[in-house]
Design a protein around this ligand. Sequence first.
Ligand SMILES: NC(=O)C1=CN([C@@H]2O[C@H](COP(=O)(O)OP(=O)(O)OC[C@H]3O[C@@H](n4cnc5c(N)ncnc54)[C@H](O)[C@@H]3O)[C@@H](O)[C@H]2O)[C@@H](O)CC1
Ligand SMILES: Nc1ncnc2c1ncn2[C@@H]1O[C@H](COP(=O)(O)OP(=O)(O)O)[C@@H](O)[C@H]1O
Ligand SMILES: [K+]
Length: 475
Amino acid sequence: MRTAYRVESVRAAEAALMAGLPEGTLMRRAAAGLAGACAGLLGRVYGSRVVLLVGSGANGGDALYAGAGLARRGAGVTAVLLGARAHEGGLAALLAAGGRVADDPFAVLARADLVLDGITGIGGRGGLRPEAVPLVRAARGSGAVVVAVDLPSGVDADTGAVDGEAVRADATVTFGAYKPGLLVDPAREYAGAVRLVDIGLADLLPSPPELEALHHADVAGLLPVPAAESDKYRRGVVGVVAGSARYPGAAVLAVAGALRGGAGAVRYVGPAGAAVLARYPETLVHAGPPADAGRVQAWVLGPGLGDTPGADDVLGSDVPVLVDADGLRALDMAAVRARPAPTLLTPHAGEAAALLGTDRADVEARRLEAVRELAARYGATVLLKGSTTLVADPDPGVPVRVNPTGTPWLATAGSGDVLSGLAGSLLATGLAPRDAASAAAYLHGLAARRAAAGAPVAAHDVADALPGAWRDVAA
Ligand SMILES: NC(=O)C1=CN([C@@H]2O[C@H](COP(=O)(O)OP(=O)(O)OC[C@H]3O[C@@H](n4cnc5c(N)ncnc54)[C@H](O)[C@@H]3O)[C@@H](O)[C@H]2O)[C@@H](O)CC1
Ligand SMILES: Nc1ncnc2c1ncn2[C@@H]1O[C@H](COP(=O)(O)OP(=O)(O)O)[C@@H](O)[C@H]1O
Ligand SMILES: [K+]
């Protein structure tokens, strides 16, 4: 599992570690890792042209010490000093190693092979300052490889928000621990490939972390496996309340996901029974209200539902309920909070914005805050879909899960319906809502990658690829 920590936690761990070490040790460790990563990216260090964008703090210090290391290996290293001051020891080291300070920053940037962004790291506040913007643009426009030191300057380390301009890096070399902004969009997009340099903080970081990203082994540990004594009912039955005369396909796709999620049976309730049976004859179909449909261990409510009634029956039930799409419209917060069993909400950014009374762009800009806020308000687990899918528990002390398997190919109509069926099925097998949601997002992303393999996919392709993704994870 990959974990990420807030700035205050990283600073506290650094302080504790530094107390027992000679001054400058951590910065030397960071700079050595950074210089090594740059050497790898350059291929040949000797004779290469490296430019350092140096801010006034320790982030600039890291860049200067790494630049000194590269200069000792024969690179031509030039520092562009952006602040009124620069890290003294770092600057002295660079000059001693044969590096220099730029007279004409734009001229050196135009010829650079690699640019190190050491403007701000975890001490940065707000976006880039106006004087840095033309330099950063020149770096980007030069064709040089841009490497961010610790974080791309201008992004918010704790939230992943980007207010104004920020450095767009090809790679980021981060120190001691991942920060949330490196894993959550929009900042994640700015970071490029992220590499973690160990500076000895691991044992000093707090538990729990702010964010977790599951890996194959973590998901494998969550997935249900039937045992000898299993029967279809013991494996769990998932009820799907979805589809309408207008959107029968949503019912088919939600059932497609549900059939691949480990439940022993899928009960479909709604007006699209004929369409569902035509595609999936194994479905148990019921045309009456959900309350009369028979026992289920979890409900999925909402995909393509339109104005089809049944929501009250489902929300009033005593089993876990996943609410998606049309089920989220006019969702009664008090009714959700009063439920005796867990609720899992799966909005995309537009639906989350409607629930929060804000606009879509605001949710997309502050995904981490939005998902936590929704979970707290509704007392529910929330899976926020989109470029970075996040899963928040109603308990604010529990780490948010960030899904690492997503792909923009998933931005195709109906793929969300497959996800809700899949997550609902995992809920019916007995997984806790946070585990069901994060395992579902993981498998869904992996299935989309397998199905897409670099070409567009339809939602039903994603559903069909789920067993292969499951096998990959469980192997
Ligand atoms: N504390 C430590 O022991 C270690 C720190 N490390 C480095 O130190 C960094 C943190 O250093 P600092 O706390 O000095 O902070 P930073 O260097 O990240 O930034 C703070 C400096 O930038 C200025 N600044 C803030 N916002 C700005 C903006 N929007 N535009 C331009 N300038 C801005 C501030 O006035 C201040 O001088 C880490 O990100 C990491 O790179 C590493 O060397 C590892 C060890
Ligand atoms: N840019 C993106 N990158 C990765 N995944 C995305 C992106 N945009 C959408 N997705 C994923 O695609 C799915 C779309 O779901 P949703 O918005 O509910 O669409 P629909 O209602 O058509 O099914 C979600 O799993 C979401 O996380
Ligand atoms: K930086």
